[in-house]
Design a protein. Sequence first.
Length: 283
Amino acid sequence: MIDIGLASQTAASLTRPASYCGVVGFKPSYGRYAGAGIKGLAPSFDTLGTITPDVKTAVLADSVLKGPVPTASTVKSAVPKRVGVCRTPWWDQAEDSTRMALQKAGACLGGETPVEDVDLSAFKAAADLHVTIMSYEACQALGWEYAEQRALLSSQIVSLIEAGRAIGYATYRQALAEADRLRAQIADVFTRYDLLLAPAAPGEAPKKEDGTGSPIFSRIWTLLRLPTVTLPGFTGVNGLPVGIQLLGAFGEDESLLDYATWAETLFPARPVPSICVQDTGHE
């Protein structure tokens, strides 16, 4: 419907919809785009990004958003020297649709460059750290709304704020310090791999009554502040889109977009859902 959509992510609010809708989602490195005009939720994580039909359009948007003065848009394709497939410590929460998509994605890229599994079990605490920091900061960011307009807030937001109210300052500071340690640790991983592949969501888009699905497969990367591109090309057991995350080192956004341009040509064509037309009996 449109070429470029703006989105923000504090946990998985860009990556999941991109995966569910079969489009490209680009969440850049933390701080790459200015967040002026956006209502913040957790300043340690809030990141502006884009949703586009393809990578070249994400590159075009990046050329405008990344600096005070727009620059020329250059679309390049680059082949990484080594790709790591990261199932993450929460692989047991992946549905069959996501498991098949990640396997197929690795096979697509493996024909042109070495692909191997990466063990990130040392990052198991990342999801809980993200929840702690986000809850504490959301409690601060939405303090006025909670005090003055609580009845207008969703039950999910109220629960998030109340969880933050129960977290002490010392616990929050400890979580920040641990997050910094993990960011230094992931930088070492990228000395061995140019690109990581990871799940984007547990599976296909959930039914409306089930909410927006778990953010578990993005919490770690948002905590680590890494750039990520969610690419389409795969479908799940119900024929709905399932995306795959491509991740680069912090600050290496241009390289990640170059790798994504390459990977996009190897992944299957973007799935286009069929349109359901109800027969009313009228001509």
